[in-house]
Design a protein around this ligand. Structure first.
Ligand code: HEM
Length: 530
């Protein structure tokens, strides 16, 4: 603009001079002086103005303070850091660059926060500007176009759906009313494990996944059980493939504006794979719906989630796609997280016999007068609750939470974060940060004695359920499932390693980007406790 003015005044002056020169008419000296002054003032001022302008632009640029960023590779930027156990590589990065790190994931700007202070700024101070979700082709397809809760952008419709989900499925009253379903499912499991042939190892991955699926199926779908209906192996496969699709790792996720990325995803068969997973899940949800709408169905005493959603659909308050997307959230959100946590808890306990014994003694003493644990007993089991907290500290099932996206410019620990930046919160690294925890790598539930630290979102060093507007709406249900199942497994059964194995042989290797679970199945030998 200023440069334009300068050139303009320069042109005016030169025009005046050239005019007087070409007409060769002698000019009045006072007019001449006026002309000279007129021309020279802007000529003198303009360079100063230009200098000031460029200095102002420079200052503005300097005023933007982006977080530190490691060296990036051409084209992919820092994508290589996200391939294998990203929470580990991002923890290393935070140790050298600090708690707020900027990444360039292909064409997508991202920021990773790895300290309780930085997490508090994202999830509390600026939560309202940081609580949207990025769009991803895989997740879009599987969630019926982000019509669910977990992958939906932040908007009014999301708020409505979340309210509905909480009141109809996961509120504490609702969970209380389903306590008997959980007790019945776990009771059946304990019975079958008690009858296991002596010294025969049981695959706990399979057992616990089927149990939780059965419970979520009961409270959400009215005694439907995906694993039984679809046959376990296939069901698990569809399920884990859906998790992969939801972990947003296609070319289109990281190069959203490149036309080549769509072709690339097509070429490597990713689009076809997502479509197949979607079709399989959709067929399963259709089956759940048609069974619920069958006039011959014996209705349960209390409407389950699907009944409630069908009524809302009939009243045209929600669409059929909303309905199926919400079922999907309950199904995927609930089943994997709870069973993965239980598996990590059992892995830690078998490696730490002292803790296992102490937890068993507490439970067996507390419910000495009963055959089995009941959900009501959980409030008395202080040590067991510490064991679960300690498990979630070391093994949060979603180590980077579910990615968020900024909607406005925000400042985190003094660094500028522009809108549309993807945000990862490394809760895994925070759970192992020596600045927050003594001997952080040690499984030591007693660390929670005499502290008020819990996982409800206000202690930012322990965030396995997230925090802020996007905090897991089912904390109460998730914690109840894990605590109750663990208490029952420890109350009624003793556990040993398969013959010939020592605790050192129990692998703690994990896998998965969105949900981090044991890499290999956990085999343990149960025996009935008399
Ligand atoms: C041990 C059990 C569980 C853990 C550790 C867990 C963890 C999480 C985490 C980390 C998030 C993301 C929070 C964020 O973005 O800040 C989340 C979101 C969510 N969880 Fe859970 N969860 C558990 C159980 C469940 C259960 C049982 C259900 C449903 C039946 C469920 C449904 C959801 C839903 C719908 C969301 C999306 C919330 C939103 O985006 O607004 N979760 N959960």
């Amino acid at each position: 603009m200023f440069l334009g003015t300068y050139i303009q005044s320069f042109l005016v002056c030169t025009t005046v001079f050239s005019k007087s020169a070409t007409t060769m008419a002698p000019l009045n000296p006072s007019v001449e002086l006026k002309h000279v002054l007129l021309c020279s003032v802007p000529l003198l001022i303009a360079p100063v103005v230009i200098l000031l302008y460029f200095q102002a632009v420079g200052n503005k640029k300097k005023a933007i303070r982006l977080p530190p960023s490691p060296l990036r590779l051409p084209i992919i930027g820092h994508l290589h850091l996200m391939v294998n156990q990203p929470h580990r590589s991002l923890q290393k990065l935070a140790r050298s660059l600090g708690p707020v790190v900027q990444l360039q994931l292909g064409g997508v700007a991202a920021v990773v926060v790895s300290s309780p202070e930085a997490a508090k700024e994202v999830l509390k101070t600026h939560d309202v500007h940081c609580c949207s979700r990025p769009s991803s082709p895989g997740a879009n397809l599987i969630t019926y176009g982000q019509q669910d809760i977990a992958f939906s952008p932040y908007n009014e419709s999301w708020r409505e759906r979340r309210k509905l989900f909480v009141s109809e499925l996961v509120s504490s009253q609702r969970v209380q009313s389903f306590a008997h379903a959980l007790e019945a499912q776990v009771g059946d499991l304990i019975q079958s494990l008690s009858r296991y042939p002596p010294s025969e190892p049981v695959n706990l991955n399979e057992t616990l996944f089927t149990l939780i699926d059965g419970f979520i199926g009961t409270v959400a779908f009215g005694s439907m059980n995906g694993a039984r209906l679809m046959k376990y192996a296939k069901f698990q496969q569809v399920f884990s493939e859906a998790m992969v699709a939801l972990s947003a790792f296609s070319a289109q996720d990281f190069f959203p504006s490149s036309p080549v990325s769509r072709w690339f995803d097509k070429l490597v068969g990713l689009e076809a794979r997502y479509r197949r997973i979607f079709m399989e899940l959709d067929a399963y949800f259709e089956m759940v719906l048609s069974q619920h709408m069958d006039p011959g169905r014996v209705k349960p005493e209390k409407d389950d989630l699907v009944d409630v959603l069908i009524n809302l659909w009939k009243e045209q308050a929600i669409t059929k796609d909303h309905l199926k997307a919400l079922i999907m959230d309950a199904f995927i959100g609930g089943t994997t997280t709870s069973s993965v946590t239980l598996l990590w808890a059992m892995s830690e306990l078998i490696k730490n016999p002292r803790v296992m014994k102490k937890a068993q003694t507490e439970i067996r003493d507390m419910v000495a007068d009963k055959q089995s644990v009941q959900v009501d007993d959980l409030s008395k089991l202080k040590y067991l609750k510490m064991v679960v907290k300690e498990t979630l500290r070391l093994h949060p099932p979603a180590p980077l939470l579910v990615p968020r996206e900024t909607m406005e410019h925000v400042k985190v620990l003094g660094y500028d974060i522009p809108p549309k930046t993807r945000i990862f919160v490394n809760v895994w690294a925070m759970g192992r940060d020596p600045a927050c925890w003594q001997k952080p790598e040690e499984f030591y539930p007693e660390r929670f004695e005499n502290t008020s630290i819990d996982f409800h979102g206000s202690h930012h060093e322990l965030l396995p359920f997230g925090a802020g507007r996007r905090i897991c709406p089912a904390i109460h249900m998730g914690a109840t499932i894990v605590e109750f199942t663990l208490a029952s497994l420890l109350h009624s059964l003793d556990w040993e390693l398969p013959r010939g194995m020592t605790s050192q042989d129990v692998s703690m290797e994990g896998t998965g980007r969105q949900v981090f679970c044991r890499k290999t199945p956990l085999y343990l030998v149960p025996s009935s406790y008399k």
